[in-house]
Design a protein around this ligand. Structure first.
Ligand code: OXD
Ligand code: MN
Length: 611
């Protein structure tokens, strides 16, 4: 038995409630050793991992990790939210009763860390000193050293974050046990994995993975799911899967901050780290705050404020390159301490590669291993077309490594929010941008956000896979109550942010080319939005919001195909009426959906019919 008290004393961990919690779970999972970690332990832990073969060196002081081949992504089917109130059940949150969930997980975890070290990671999911700090502290227990290194990059880590809590009980208990990965029946009827946020106990119990979103409990389980629950239980804030960026007009000194929700594969990370297009670079400066999570609340001055609770970026590597995301590329250069997971690795040159990093893979195959560790040069003809990197391979780097990170990214007061945008990947119907000035219509737009699914085989072309506010996998309670909480929080602001829906992905129906160039050019649409909010342009009212007039968009230095702009600034009435029908079915699933949202839906539907 480990002498838990001695270990915690030596680490200076004084919070009695944390000590009890560590001792309790050590009794369940029975590790051989316990170690309390701080960010300052990073270099030593990396060295230990290299020596143990858990990490491989990447040139320039960077690192490579490979996860078990059946453990490469978040598992939404195995993820649940548990509480003791059945009214918390929603359409998407996989609600379960708290007691039986805790019991099941305790039994699965019993004895499972034997022979291993249990790392105690005290962390904070907010800049220190923020008004929401009481919801941000947590202690992750994990039996995986690479999880510690990832957490050190993704959160603020150290005992001071939990020793001096105003309420010493106000930390999230986050237990991660890897389990015997080759024997968990992943994807079968006997799948042993279970990832639970026991939200009303502020306890997270994840068993059966050591990969990213399943194992870095500060990020998704705490930063989104638990915080989603806490935001409503306290009545104080919203926790959303949103990017956060700032745009400064260098001529006038004016600055706007924008948060935005995008379903996966809709370009959220790229937009969050965007730079101004070259032609506008002299005038506008874009700053990065966060690529994945924002917490929003009403400040004392009546404005909506936001911060990014994370300390790092856990970004999808695929298709990240100098064109799509130059700032991300710079944030993982030699000297950044970045960790790459499940990309291709060259054991001779210590280089990494993923699909889309360069147009074609390295020509010289010498030393290259695919994400499973198999030499590329030894691939059989059938294997030749398989990707080198896993499609969900990742890079992990700290916010401070992003070259355009905002000067005030660690300001605990956050930044005032001027606009809330939603954007999916939609090949038709959704214009480039439509501004929404009404709160209920904005929330309605967020609830009906989605990305295109391929239901073509069922004759259901054009149906979206709805992903309300891009929170579908992270909602902690029912969607109707969630909508009401949104109306309450944003409605309490005396200075309302503007809403907008954006779409960078419309295609020409004839030849399929993208009608808008995307990437850095997207800033042009956002500039129109903030000008519209400030009353500098008027746009054109349509049934689904205000669209820019062609001449209002700053297109300086941009070549577009004749006629394309026209198409992305038009409303396709027939397709929209069809969409209204789909939305009706989607919203009808939600219990207690506020009447304001139904009214917004009917208003938009009527305006379309009358247009
Ligand atoms: C996610 C992530 O899975 O951000 O959404 O990693
Ligand atoms: Mn995410």
């Amino acid at each position: 038995m480990v002498d838990v008290d001695r270990v915690l004393d030596e680490a200076g961990l004084k919070n009695e409630h944390v000590r009890e919690y560590v001792a309790y779970w050590a009794g369940v999972t029975t590790p051989d050793r316990i170690e309390v970690v701080s960010a300052s332990d990073d270099a030593r832990l990396l060295q230990e991992s290299i020596e143990a073969g858990e990490l491989l060196p990447v040139s320039g002081g960077r690192y490579y990790s490979r996860s078990y081949y059946k453990d490469t992504a978040r598992s939404e089917e195995r993820t649940v939210v548990a509480t003791s109130d059945p009214a918390d059940k929603g359409v998407y949150n996989n609600w379960k009763p708290a007691d039986e969930t805790v019991e099941t997980l305790t039994e699965r975890m019993r004895g499972q860390s034997a022979g291993k070290t249990m790392y105690v990671i005290p962390y904070l999911m907010s800049p220190a000193g923020s008004p929401l700090e009481q919801y941000a502290a947590g202690v992750e227990l994990t039996d995986s050293r690479p999880v510690v290194q990832q957490m050190i990059r993704m959160a603020r880590v150290g005992v001071d974050y939990i020793n001096n809590l105003a309420d010493p009980t106000s930390f999230v208990r986050a237990v991660h046990v890897t389990g015997d990965l080759p024997n968990l029946g992943q994807g079968t009827d006997d799948d042993q994995r279970l990832f639970a946020t026991v939200a009303d106990q502020r306890t997270i119990l994840h068993f059966g993975s050591s990969y990213g979103g399943n194992a870095l409990l500060g990020k998704i389980a705490h930063g989104l799911r638990q915080a989603c629950y806490d935001g409503r239980a306290s009545g104080r804030f919203l926790a959303e899967q949103f990017l956060l960026l700032g745009i400064t007009d260098k001529q006038t000194g004016k600055k706007w901050n924008i948060v935005g929700g995008f379903p996966s594969a809709s370009g959220k990370t790229n937009l969050s780290m965007t730079l101004a297009p070259d032609a506008l670079g002299d005038r506008y400066y874009v700053e990065f705050y966060g690529d994945d999570i924002a917490w929003l609340w009403v400040g004392d001055d009546g404005k909506i404020y936001a911060f990014n609770p994370e300390n790092g970026v856990f970004g999808v590597a695929k298709d990240t390159n100098e064109k799509t995301n130059p700032t991300a590329m710079e944030s993982i250069l030699p000297g950044t301490g970045a960790i790459f997971t499940n990309v291709a690795y060259n054991e001779k040159t210590q280089d990494v590669w993923w699909e889309g990093k360069t147009k074609t893979p390295p020509e010289d195959l010498d030393g290259w291993l695919d994400w499973k560790g198999k030499p590329i040069a030894e691939r059989s003809p059938e294997e030749r077309d398989e990707p080198w990197a896993h499609p969900n391979s990742r890079f992990t780097t700290t916010l401070a490594n992003v070259p355009n990170v905002a000067k005030d990214f660690e300001d605990p007061q956050g930044v005032p929010v001027d606009a809330i945008i939603f954007g999916g990947r939609t090949r038709d119907r959704e214009p480039l941008i439509r501004a929404i000035t009404d709160l209920a219509e904005g929330v309605y737009d967020g609830l009906t956000l989605g990305a295109e699914a391929t239901f073509a085989a069922d004759g259901k072309e054009g149906i979206l896979r709805y992903d309300p506010m891009s929170m579908r996998p992270f909602l902690a309670y029912g969607e109707g109550d969630y909508a009401a909480h949104w109306l309450k929080i944003i409605g309490a602001a005396t200075e309302q942010p503007i809403f907008a829906h954006v779409n960078w992905f419309q295609r020409d129906p004839e030849d399929g080319h993208f009608l808008w160039p995307g990437y850095r050019e997207n800033l042009r649409a956002l500039l129109w939005l903030v000008q519209f909010k400030d009353g500098e342009v008027t746009g054109r009212q349509t049934p689904v919001g205000v669209l820019p007039l062609e001449e209002e968009l700053n297109l300086e230095g941009l070549e577009m195909v004749e006629g394309d702009l026209d198409k992305i600034l038009t409303i396709d009435k027939e397709r929209w009426l069809q969409e209204i029908g789909f939305r009706e079915e989607h919203l009808a699933q939600f219990e207690r959906l506020p009447e304001e949202i139904w009214e917004a839906h009917r208003r938009v539907a009527r305006a379309l019919e009358e247009s």
